[in-house]
Design a binder for this molecule. Sequence first.
Ligand code: CDP
Ligand code: CDP
Length: 227
Amino acid sequence: EKMQGNIAIDGPAGAGKSTVARLLAARLGYLYIDTGAMYRALTWKALGLGIDLEDSRRLVELAEGTSIRLEDRGEGGIAVYCDGEEVTRAIRRSEVSRYVSIVAGVPGVRQYLVKLQRKMAASNRVVMDGRDIGTLVLPGAPYKFFLTASLAERARRRYQELLASGQQADLETIMEEIRQRDARDSQREVAPLKPAPDAIIIDTSQMSVEDVVARIMSLIAVAGQQG
Ligand code: CDP
Ligand code: CDP
């Protein structure tokens, strides 16, 4: 294997970042780091404590006093621990999805988590996904991808996931939730969602997961030969 260096994957909700990142990491023997899970874990804790989400100072204190740990289980995905408690499933609940972009909009919260994320990437053998990985967390990463898909397709994917796991879901509600979260993530002052200038943009609307993984693997191989 010639390749060396971190892989950054960014994009809006439901673009396929975490699914693709997990598979890439398993194939390359890299560590997968889901930064969204860190913002979600903090949001889960804040909601549980009844913290006022408008109180930025309190949220920064909360972040600094919280231990968030990600355990890579390979193809089995990532297990997430918040202060030692497993929250892998709890952080996917719709209440967390609804509020996470508010917590993620607090500059001090981001500063703290970004510092952790950079430490986690020190091996130079990670696939990290999020919103600001290529632009801010790992601007020097040699491989950067920005995955997108139409809003309708991304909502449909989330809807399918919920149905498949036996939960009830409403497509219109999911689409509206994703639309609002994307808007907040793209319009915020600090580290807004946008492709890094050197990211390769992949529209996955008409692609399968396997198509996307194969495309990225071949782009990495080409870059490795050129570099
Ligand atoms: O999986 P999904 O696309 O629903 O979202 P996620 O990756 O779990 O991220 C949840 C939220 O965390 C995003 O909507 C952002 O508000 C925030 N986030 C962020 O601001 N920066 C990151 N690097 C990762 C997530
Ligand atoms: O992390 P992000 O929010 O970007 O997306 P995800 O959590 O990986 O969810 C994407 C969902 O769409 C998963 O159920 C995938 O199986 C499915 N999907 C995909 O990720 N990529 C495609 N090209 C097609 C479907």
